[in-house]
Design a protein around this ligand. Structure first.
Ligand code: FAD
Length: 449
């Protein structure tokens, strides 16, 4: 489409930085416009202090960017879930096979690392405090606003990649174009981050190689380990209702709530009340839209095109996979961006919608089912089936987390596997006889359907 080899990326977040690295590797001159200041400055304020779970799809992209080893050296493997019952009893459940893990990485640390890699390339120019407010439908020029001076200007680029997050300015312009489909859905839940500090000697207070979950039915708390010995906890709770943020207004209410539902966490969090009051409650949104491109020249990527709830740990991973897939399409089409953008927008949306569905569904799994003995039995049988029939059975969690199988296939498989387990778990006394051949009989019939 262009022989100028120039591109603009809006947003220097996780996806914007990574995609700029990929473009620079192809020899493109990339200008990144970022609304906020430089997060690498010591004076930088803002950004959320969260960690994220990186899994197979994300690692593939890190490898291509050349920073897998560096990120791996500061990532903490979490080999399974550690469930905390109301009475404090702990149950551990591995995520996958021996040696498989998801990895806790610092969101800010990773973003800074990706920004450094982009910045090191002579092909990339970063522009901070520059907000992209949208584009002109006719000329496709971008409206850029200096967030400090409020000065506005128009810029032109033959290629524009919008990686400006769930509330993308470029997507706002697309919303005003004909036949653009858009849907946003907020969960009734919000989330609040809390903090478990390290032991005085810098070690972690609880098992650092697990993702901790306090499942409580329609709400839950989780904790992921940090390198400095601390954990970042996230409380997911409805905004309104009996157990809700609305009903946690006074110190007494907060303490009473934690005493009732998360008693074993109280000694771990000496600053619970201060953190609870100081940290804001944030909302959780799913955004779906279609098409992701405008005139095959402007393309939405990452959260700008598919923001999802965090319960499958796939938001960033899917955004990174966008970069890997788009890059492969650019190769396939010999950098004919018109074809590349068209095919990406046409083929990727079904997978983004699938992971959005899977993530919504996983809230129930994490907050409710993980505490249910029948669910734990299902996981045990899934492991048994996978070990015995590795080519015929892969649990959906592994498809999503430890493979590159398209999300839409994983979603379709969810329905098939649910049907299988409806039959298996209905077998009388299944708890006692699951490994004596009855499961295999049901499986053989299911497999051949
Ligand atoms: C509580 C929580 C937990 C999560 N846990 C996980 C997890 O475990 N694993 C996982 O894979 N994902 C997780 N996610 C999702 C993950 O954080 C996002 O999917 C990911 O950050 C998306 O990256 P992005 O680059 O598309 O958007 P962002 O990270 O939001 O980056 C967008 C960038 O664009 C900038 N920007 C915004 N508007 C403009 C504009 N108009 N002009 C210019 N710049 C602009 C922003 O300042 C920002 O730098 C979690 C999310 C939440 C909320």
């Amino acid at each position: 489409m262009t022989d100028q080899k120039k591109a603009v990326v809006s947003g220097a977040g996780l996806v914007g930085c990574l995609w700029s690295v990929f473009l620079a590797q192809r020899g493109y001159q990339v200008d990144i416009y970022e609304r906020r200041g430089d997060m690498r400055d010591s004076t930088f304020e803002g950004g959320r202090s969260i960690n994220l779970a990186m899994s197979t799809r994300g690692w593939k992209a890190m490898e291509k960017a050349g920073i897998r080893t560096k990120i791996e050296s500061v990532a903490i493997p979490m080999t399974g879930r550690m469930m905390h019952a109301v009475d404090g009893e702990l149950t551990y459940q591995a995520y996958g096979e021996e040696g498989q893990a998801i990895y806790s990485v610092s969101r800010g640390g990773l973003n800074r690392e990706l920004m450094n890699i982009a910045d090191e390339s002579p092909n990339v120019q970063l522009h901070f405090n520059q907000r992209c407010r949208g584009f002109d439908k006719r000329t496709l020029d971008l409206h850029i606003e200096d967030t400090k001076t409020k000065e506005r200007r128009m810029i032109q680029s033959p290629l524009v990649f919008a990686a400006d997050g769930a509330f993308s300015g470029i997507r706002e312009s697309m919303r005003r174009t004909d036949r653009f489909n858009y849907a946003q859905q907020y969960l009734p839940h919000g989330y609040k981050e809390l903090h478990i500090p390290p032991n005085p000697d810098g070690t972690h207070q609880i098992d650092k190689n697990a993702l901790h979950i306090w499942p409580r039915g329609h709400f839950m708390m989780i904790a992921l380990p940090n390198q400095d010995g601390s954990f970042t906890c996230t409380l997911f709770l409805p905004y309104e209702g009996k157990q809700s943020f609305e009903n946690l207004q006074t110190d007494e209410q907060v303490i009473d709530f934690f005493e009732t539902y998360f008693k074993d966490s109280i000694p771990l969090m000496p600053d619970l009340l201060e953190d609870f009051k100081a940290n804001k409650t944030s909302s959780l949104v799913t955004i779906r839209c279609n098409p992701w491109q405008y005139k095959k020249q402007i393309l939405l990527m990452g959260d700008a095109s598919h923001a999802i709830v965090p319960f499958y740990g796939q938001g960033m991973n899917s955004g990174f996979e966008d970069c890997t897939l788009l890059d492969a399409l650019a190769t396939k089409h010999n950098e004919d961006w018109s074809k590349t953008i068209q095919e990406f927008s046409d083929t990727r949306i079904k997978d983004a919608n699938a992971i959005a569905d899977l993530a919504l569904r996983n809230f129930t799994e994490m907050s409710d089912k993980v505490g249910d003995p029948m669910f734990l039995l299902r996981k045990k049988i899934e492991k048994y089936l996978h070990e015995k029939y590795p080519t015929d059975f892969l649990p959906v969690y592994s498809m999503v987390t430890f493979s590159h199988i398209p999300y839409s296939e994983a979603l379709a498989e969810t329905k098939r596997q649910d049907a299988l387990f409806d039959k298996i778990l209905a077998i009388p006394n299944i708890e006692e006889q699951w490994n004596n051949g009855v499961v295999d009989q049901v499986f053989e019939v299911w497999k051949n359907k």
